[in-house]
Design a protein around this ligand. Structure first.
Ligand SMILES: [Zn+2]
Length: 495
């Protein structure tokens, strides 16, 4: 087997890893790159793989930096199956349509503005219009290619290759996978962590321990950092909300409707019930107005015991009754005339596209407002510039002065920190011949690599884009499987 790293190699977005087995090509994820606009645009449009030569995609989870470029793959000739858990399929149905809609609307906005400018300046020859990365039609041609694969259910990919997915505890439906190559006496087992969640998340189950493998592709988003305690997060959130409400400001939260948003809403619900913050309206500004509750109720298999019990009891653990969906662009614009305090949650999470850009353009210059960042912001994204406290940023190419408060609740991020990654790795480490660190900026990946080498003595590589690795067979007979949660605690993995 051979591994070729393309995206999320030395960076966090655009996950795209290629696996070659017996001359057949598979992709692990096909995410959208974000960051420096032109560079990201180039990466997203010019795929480093030949789409028609890819036999299948194994999708770890629905986040756009893992799934968001699937329609480009299909637009350029991919016709194979996209394997994902049923919850990931339902989320992708909403998210890929949403992203296509955003691509179309952003291109339309930029083209209209360019045409207006050129008319105002008396130019006659129009610049060629900007085309969306992909359209709704491309997204809708992608969705029928999805095929469901349940957790802990082996899926045969070819005569010699099969795979199995486990709960990554990151977001609804997220998975880690184990690929099993078996040809006579030749065996290779490759694990891919996907994005790993946190052991004590409010909503999701803890990440499963994986069965033994020879090689591992491991995410390293927070490889050099430790999250603060949940008490610290709750206090910080309480203070931010109270400060902004006292100023009569708005709280702008960049995130998709299905994301860490549920944790945030749950915490706000608890704080309001305890009388520690005022109960403010929360608007989810999404053109699709995804019915989050329905998707969640459909997939109670993805939740921890406490949340599952709430849902089975018909309770509303996320306080969704407080959420108001904003479907039409005209209603979204009306939010601008509304007096605060209130909260708006809108995509995209890293402030790179979509309605959040309009909210930021309208609200960043007002010192009463707060922009509340709740997820990881990749280098060179607008979200990263905001948390780095840049006083002037560009939105839709126009300069905007930042006077609003910028607050970051990193701990609401759905990624394990260094200590949690190292703990997750412990049962796997004795079996591994090598680890490839992806999905992390250089300093985070290097910090994690050092700890892994010193603690477990396993060889670690931090691949660069385009780098290829052979995975020689080790022919080790693995026979122990350890799961977290309510799954049986042992079974053979060598059948
Ligand atoms: Zn993710």
């Amino acid at each position: 087997m051979k591994l070729i790293f393309h995206g999320a190699a030395g960076e966090v977005t655009g996950s795209l890893h290629e696996l070659e087995a017996d001359g057949t090509h598979y992709l692990l994820d096909c995410g959208m790159a974000q960051g420096r606009r032109k560079e990201a645009e180039q990466k997203n449009r010019c795929l480093p793989v030949n789409p028609s030569a890819v036999s299948a995609v194994l999708l770890s989870h629905a986040h756009i930096d893992h799934s968001g470029n699937l329609p480009t793959l299909v637009k350029n000739g991919f016709r194979g199956p996209i394997y994902a858990t049923p919850a990931t399929m339902d989320l992708c149905d909403a998210m890929l349509r949403d992203t296509a809609h955003i691509q179309e609307k952003d291109a339309e906005f930029v083209n209209k503005r360019a045409a207006r400018r050129q008319a105002n300046h008396g130019h006659t020859g129009l610049l060629p219009p900007v085309a969306p990365l992909y359209t709704m039609e491309d997204a809708e041609r992608t969705l029928p290619l999805f095929q469901p694969v349940g957790y802990y259910t082996p899926k045969v990919l070819s005569k010699h290759l099969s795979y199995e997915c486990y709960d990554a505890g990151h977001i609804l439906g997220s998975s880690s996978v184990i690929l099993n190559y078996h040809d006579g006496d030749t065996r290779v087992r490759l694990a891919y962590s996907g994005d790993l969640g946190r052991p004590n998340a409010l909503v999701t189950r803890p990440p499963d321990s994986l069965p033994p493998a020879d090689y591992l592709i491991l995410e390293s988003t927070y490889g050099g950092r430790f999250h603060k305690s949940s008490e610290h997060v709750i206090n910080k959130l309480r203070d931010v909300v109270n400060r902004t409400c006292a100023r009569g400001g708005r709280i702008i939260v960049p995130a998709f409707a299905v994301d860490r948003t549920q944790q945030l809403v749950l915490l706000l619900h608890q704080l309001a019930n305890a009388g520690q913050i005022p109960s403010i309206p929360i608007f989810v500004d999404s053109p699709l107005a995804v019915n989050v509750t329905e998707i969640f109720r459909k997939h109670i298999e993805c939740f921890n015991a406490q949340t599952r019990q709430y849902l089975l009891d018909g309770e509303d653990p996320f306080g969704f009754s407080r959420l108001q969906y904003v479907r039409e662009a005209s209603e979204s614009k009306k939010l601008n005339d509304l007096h605060g305090p209130f909260m708006v949650i809108s995509a995209s999470g890293m402030c790179e596209q979509g309605r959040i850009l309009h909210h930021l353009r309208n609200n960043l210059s007002d010192p009463r407002n707060t922009v509340l960042i709740t997820g990881f912001q990749a280098r060179d994204t607008l979200g990263r510039k905001l948390i780095e406290k840049m006083r002037e940023v560009r939105v839709f190419g126009e300069p905007v002065t930042v006077r609003a408060e910028i607050s970051s609740l990193d701990e609401l991020s759905a990624h394990a920190d260094q200590g949690e990654l190292i703990a997750w790795l412990k049962p796997l480490a004795p079996h591994l011949a090598g680890i490839f660190l992806v999905h992390g900026e250089a300093e985070q990946a290097q910090a994690l690599a050092e700890v892994i080498r010193s603690q477990y003595g396993v060889e670690v590589a931090v691949p660069q884009p385009g780098q290829t690795f052979d995975l020689p067979p080790r022919n080790v007979n693995h026979s122990v499987t350890v799961y977290n949660g309510e799954i049986p605690t042992s079974r053979s993995t060598d059948s």
